[in-house]
Each structure stands twice: as C-alpha cells, then as structure tokens.
Design a protein around this ligand. Structure first.
Ligand code: ADP
Length: 406
C-alpha cells in the first residue's frame, strides 16, 4: 500500500490530499473552510471535477466527517483505494522531533507541550489529528514536522545571543520552518543531477507568500532564515522578516502599541503588503511597470534582503554547487529569479535569461553551461513529501516488527 491521506489542519480550515506515493500524484484533494462560522464550505476535487458544498461546519470533527462522506459519494472510495497512513502536517516539533513520528497519545501530548512556541498552529494541528484518529482508527497516523529538517542546525546557527538562562527556560532558539519543502527540494536536486546528496552544497530558496532560505551541506541543513517563529529572515508577502528588535520596544514604549498590535503589524501588515499595499507578485510587477514608487521600493527591499541571504550562505557553505528556487514565487517569477542572482558572475553564478523565462512547472536548470554554481527551479510538493515520509516510516516500523517476530 502506497496511498496516503495528507491532512493540514488550521484553525478554521482543513486542507487534504490523497497522494499516491509511487506515481507521485494527487488522486484527490480539497479544502474545508470557515469551520465554526455561519457559512462553511468544502471543495473536493477528483478526476478533473471540483465539487463545492456550502454548509455550516460546527467543528473540525464535522468537517472531516463531511470530507470522508464526499470521498464515499464522489470518489475515490478510501476503502477501495486502501490507504497506508494518514500523514499530518505539524508546524512546530521544537527540539523534540528530528523526523516524522507515529501518532500515539504521548506524541500528541508532546506536540501539545510545544504549543506555546506555535500558539496559532500546533493546537489546530492537534485538533485535526484527534478527529482523524477517531474517524480513521484502523490506519496508522504519522506526524511530519515543519521544523524537523532543521534539527541538525549547528549550535552556532541555532543560538540567539541572549542570556542563556532565559533562552533555556523559554525554549528560545532558532528552529526553522518550511523544512519539509527544503528537504524535499534539496533531495530532488540531487536525484535530478544524478549526484549523491552528500556530495552537494545547496542554497534552497523557498519563496512563497511565506519565504525562507536554507543552506544545505551534503544533505544536512546547516543554516536557515526562519527562527523561533516563521517571522524571521526574508521579506515576505505580509511579514517583515528581520528587524531590529528595538523597533518592537520602541513601538510599545513610544507608540503605545500592545503586544497583539505589534504581532499583527509584523505578521500581517508588513512585508510587501506593508510597503506597497500589495503582496501578490503578479500585481506588484504591474504596479512597478506603471511607475508606482511604493511598489518599486517594496520589490527592491525584497530583493536586497534575498541577495544578502544568498551572499551570507555562500560564506556559510564555502562552496555552493546549486542554488535552487521553489514555491509560488520561486517557480513562477522569472523577474525575481533573474534579479536575485544578477551581477554575480565573479562568484561563478548566473541565470540564462532564455532558460529562465516564464513559469516553470518541471525541474529545470536555468544557469549557463560555464557557471560553476548550477541554478535550478524545482517545484516543491509538501503533500507528496509528507506522504513519502509517512510511508517510509511505516515501512521501517513494519520491517522492525518483522525482524522482531523472526
Ligand atoms: P504560500 O504557500 O506561502 O501561501 P505559495 O507558495 O503558494 O505561498 O506562493 C504564493 C505566491 O506566489 C503569491 O502570493 C504570488 O506572489 C506568487 N505567484 C503565484 N503565481 C505567480 C506568477 N504567475 N507570477 C509571479 N508570482 C506568482
């Protein structure tokens, strides 16, 4: 059995995808939205058809039950398909989880204990796991953490230079996020180039609405731009990324802003949106072309930060074999890709404008032949990565059980 139901449970939504890990395809997918509100909705896509329903959805349990009913009604029938596992995306695995884990009551308690580090994400993730376990009790459930790939960060990269006691007491360190994507994409790169992961040093640029960079040495993550939370690092759609921490103190002391207001400012009213009112790159480029000064500055700030990180990761790695772009912006935006790596020929890095042109849906090399660093675009697929990790983990556990019986 190789099919996995992947669930990503948020505070008011459940995204799901039924993934065939052998073919690497999504057999069906959908989303339950506005859980707990007066008008909820479910969209279910299967065999080229998307069906939408609007119904009040009281809670996650009602939502997931409705999804399972849709699988029965519209297909594919989960009984017939025979799912190997349910794979759950969990945002924060703290210092506890360095890889996927089979869900047990103890694992749920551990994820719950990490909730103070991700108060908006871990609690709804747990809700999704609980209801899925109740409704699908006969299949193993596996959790895959956004932070796990970055458990290998060296202490020098993971440690904030603050009072060590305070940091220890409150779990304050750099955890990193988007790890499933950085791991998947860096492994894909090695496979596509026919190289062993341990022989490659890579800079992975996951540029979506949220954005993060990582440095991967020989398949192992050694640096990443996100920290205690997904707020640190690159300029993002609505998040500030790096900022002088004294700005927060200043806003509280002198502008009278509350902690919640500052949280909202930095997470939802900053980044490209805060600078220009627009966080979608397609519109942003149109505004720039029309001479909009704010949009132009927003794009410049975004690219300046991105280039700073690329330069920093060259120094971290010493030798960079591959720079790879992924996620919504990385896969679709040729302007961002070209400008991110412009004028770096002296580092052996360049983008061939013809190879770079347009949206890129399949893995592709976009650097010229002479470049010493290969530049690539590799579409990410977090659902497939979660499904593969779930199947692999169950395989390992089953093999261990078989050996135990022998
Ligand atoms: P997330 O998963 O973080 O929400 P995605 O990886 O889906 O984000 O990326 C979404 C972003 O991708 C959009 O905000 C938009 O800026 C960008 N994007 C999507 N399509 C295009 C396109 N054709 N050209 C340029 N940018 C695009």
């Amino acid at each position: 059995m190789s099919t996995v139901l992947v669930i990503n449970s948020g505070s008011s939504s459940i995204k799901y995808q039924l993934v065939d890990t052998v073919g690497g395809e999504a057999l069906a997918s959908g989303i339950v939205e506005r859980i707990g509100e007066a008008a909820g909705s479910i969209k279910h896509s299967f065999a080229g058809t998307t069906t939408s329903r609007t119904d009040p959805i009281a809670d996650h349990g009602v939502g997931l039950r409705a999804v399972l009913d849709l699988f029965r009604e519209l297909g594919p029938d989960l009984q017939e398909v025979g799912i190997a596992a349910v794979g759950h995306r969990v945002v924060h695995g703290g210092s506890v989880f360095d890889g996927p884990a089979i869900v047990t009551d103890e694992v749920i308690a551990q994820i719950d204990a990490l909730s103070p580090l991700a108060p908006l994400h871990n609690p709804p993730n747990i809700t999704g796991i609980r209801v899925a376990r109740e409704l699908l009790p006969d299949v193993p459930h596996v959790v895959v953490f956004d932070t796990a790939f970055f458990r290998t960060l060296p202490e020098a990269a993971a440690t904030y230079a603050i009072d060590a006691e305070v940091a220890r007491e409150h779990g304050i360190r750099r955890y990193g996020f988007h790890g499933t994507s950085h791991q998947f994409v860096s492994q894909q790169v090695a496979q596509i180039l026919g190289r062993r992961p341990q022989d490659l040093n890579q800079i992975v640029l996951h540029l979506g609405n949220g954005a993060s960079a990582s440095a991967v040495r020989g398949g192992v993550a050694v640096e990443t731009s996100m920290g205690l939370t997904p707020l640190e690092g690159l300029v993002m759609g609505t998040r500030s990324g790096d900022i002088d921490p004294a700005v927060l103190i200043h806003l509280q002391r002198n502008a009278g802003m509350s902690v919640d207001e500052i949280d909202d400012l930095l997470n939802r009213r900053s980044g490209l949106k805060g600078l220009s009112g627009e966080n979608d790159f397609r519109t942003l480029h149109d505004l720039v072309a029309a001479g909009d000064a704010e949009a132009s500055l927003a794009l410049d700030v975004y690219l300046h930060r991105l280039r700073k990180y690329i330069g920093a990761y060259f120094a971290v790695l010493g030798r960079v074999d591959v720079v790879v772009f992924t996620a919504g912006v990385g896969e679709n935006d040729d302007i961002v890709r070209a400008r991110a790596l412009a004028d770096l020929e002296s580092l052996g890095i360049a983008v061939d404008l013809e190879k770079n042109e347009g949206r890129i849906r399949e893995p592709r090399v976009i650097s010229p032949e002479w470049a010493t660093t290969t530049v690539m675009v590799v579409p990410t697929n977090e659902e497939l990565a979660i499904a593969q990790q779930a199947v692999d983990l169950i395989g390992v556990v089953d093999d261990a059980a078989d050996l135990g019986h022998a």
